[in-house]
Design a protein around this ligand. Structure first.
Ligand code: FAD
Length: 498
């Protein structure tokens, strides 16, 4: 048997690597022509693959490393040299990928065995047992189940500290003058520099800046990134998890998603490290539980929801939203300070933290009326940590509320939320206090227009009652002005003058 290691399976402890010492890796390029992927995403994947190849060789594996336009072309060459070989691969989490790989291999006279992907904390069987035949799911219930099953942050049958969730202690805004600890930098070595140069040349249409490239590309660097997070950033991660600060792209977030999604770091290691910090008295419970909730709760949850909801999930559009993405998502040029900061972070680094993703980038697209599939493509090409299985449920279900498969209400808000959770609005030329008229914050009219337009679907769902009590207080004149302002903003969005 030969182990086929895919670019997002770079973990030497993966099960197939324990029993076979022959490895195939294919660095394929043509996928990167389908969308203008962020150059840092492309460089990260190729560099991490090359480092993993070298690491495996150092460990005594015999690695065939092929560079090809497509997997098909790589496999042609592989099977010319090793006719009829039997391959084994971790079942990829993206929809239908395993079957597609199996077909490619069998068309060339080989066989491919898919084995359970052990780069997650929970298994499909765990989730399916828990969910039964449900077709919509709630994270909080799953999270409690996963805590009980794994014993993470448990005190016997009870959650450590007595509560399952310290979300209400994750919403502070930092005091004026506060600056976050500096984010760790992993400066490109020779391999990464070569890859960056290759990516610049091979993908001239890539969207975003190839540098500064600071991402960990090896397991060792990913472990250092985890230690740095736990020692330096974790204590303030909890309180400021939902905050946004002008000029700060990372705050106290872990910046570990890309490393975890590539397999450089197992989520088990990340969870164990924060739990140990709590037990040693080095980090408060609201930080530790907040992080565990993201990794053991949300990350595992979206993976399983995706698995059970595809292919419908990718096409879902229950609110019939059809607007194209505003120009500002490509140029970053907009007077809206929050949006220009968030887009700038993505363009410069292939990263924005969770609240920028949810409450600025997807919230704005949602109330503006962007087609969820188009927004999904933008997130997919723009972020270093984007993979179909994780991006699509987050963008289409959580961000766009294109289906209620994982939440009962949309994450939609007016400019008030951004104003409460950030210092952006004080230096924005738009007035967050105004809904209509000149200089009114675009979020506001779009938000009310969104509620009104989608009333039939949203009134009475989830916890929307309070919002609709505000809707009911507005008279026809107000609605006319709101509609006019929302139309004007959409025109500005299309024209690139937002
Ligand atoms: P931290 O804030 O430090 O969180 C710790 C870890 O928790 C992350 O590294 C990640 O592994 C995990 N995590 C937290 N929330 C989620 C979640 N909702 N889904 C999956 N994992 C989660 N995450 C991706 O990995 N890839 C994506 O393409 C992606 N797209 C997103 C798009 C939208 C619209 C939204 C709202 C969220 C998206 N997320 C995505 C989830 C989350 O925003 C990122 O995982 C997180 O911001 C990554 O930064 P971090 O490592 O600093 O995370």
């Amino acid at each position: 048997m030969t182990v086929w290691v895919l670019g997002d399976q770079l973990d030497p402890s993966a099960a197939p690597l324990q029993s076979d010492d022959r490895v195939l890796m294919i660095e394929a390029y043509a996928f990167g022509d389908r969308l203008p992927y962020h150059p840092q995403k492309l460089a990260l994947v190729f560099s991490a693959m090359r480092h993993f190849r070298d690491d495996l060789r150092d460990r005594g594996y015999e690695v065939t490393y092929l560079q090809a336009e497509t997997f098909g072309e790589g496999l042609d060459r592989y099977f010319d040299a090793a006719p009829g070989d039997d391959l084994v691969v971790l079942d990829p989490p993206s929809h239908g990928a395993g079957e597609r790989l199996r077909d490619l291999v069998s068309a060339r006279g080989g066989s491919l065995t898919l084995v359970e992907n052990d780069l997650f904390l929970t298994t499909p069987a765990d989730f399916d047992d828990w969910a039964g035949d449900a077709d919509s799911y709630r994270q909080e219930q799953w999270y409690r189940h996963a805590r009980r099953e794994t014993g993470v942050l448990m005190d016997g049958d009870d959650p450590v500290g007595g509560e399952w969730n310290y979300d209400d202690r994750n919403r502070e805004t930092p005091p004026e003058g506060w600056t976050p600890p500096e984010a760790p930098r992993f400066d490109p070595d020779e391999t990464t520099r070569e890859v960056i140069a290759f990516v610049r040349e091979r993908y001239p249409d890539a969207w975003g800046s190839p540098e500064p490239f600071v991402w960990p590309v090896t397991r060792e660097e990913a472990r250092q990134a985890l230690s740095h997070f736990v020692e330096v950033r974790l204590p303030e991660f909890g309180p400021y998890q939902d905050a946004m600060v002008d000029g700060e792209w990372a705050l106290c977030h872990s910046l570990l998603s890309a490393a975890i999604n590539l397999g450089l770091l197992h989520p088990r290691e990340a969870v164990a490290a924060v739990e140990e910090a709590y037990e040693a008295g080095d980090a408060p419970l609201n930080s530790v539980e907040g992080f565990v909730r993201q990794v053991l709760g949300w990350r595992e949850f979206v993976r399983h929801v995706y698995r059970r909801s595809m292919p419908e999930l990718a096409e879902a559009n229950q609110l019939d939203q059809t607007e194209p993405l505003p120009e500002a998502y490509w140029t970053g040029e907009t007077d809206m300070h929050c949006l220009s900061e968030a887009v700038g972070h993505v363009r410069d680094r292939g990263y924005a933290h969770h609240i920028e993703r949810l409450m600025v980038l997807s919230n704005f697209a949602l109330v503006y009326g962007v087609d969820p599939a188009e927004l999904d493509r933008w997130f997919h090409l723009g972020f270093v940590d984007a993979f179909h299985w994780v991006t699509t449920p987050n963008v289409v279900a959580m961000g766009s509320f294109a289906t209620d498969v994982l939440s009962s209400k949309p994450y939609a808000s007016s400019g008030n939320y951004v104003n409460e959770m950030s210092d952006y609005c004080s230096s924005c030329p738009y007035a967050v206090s105004k809904t209509t008229g000149e200089n009114a914050c675009p979020f506001n009219a779009l938000y009310w227009d969104f509620l009104k337009e989608n009333e039939a679907r949203l009134r009475g769902t989830g916890r929307m009652g309070l919002m609709y009590s505000h809707v009911d207080r507005k008279d026809d004149e107000e609605w006319d002005a709101i509609r006019a302002r929302a139309d004007e903003i959409r025109q500005m969005g299309r024209a690139g003058t937002l």
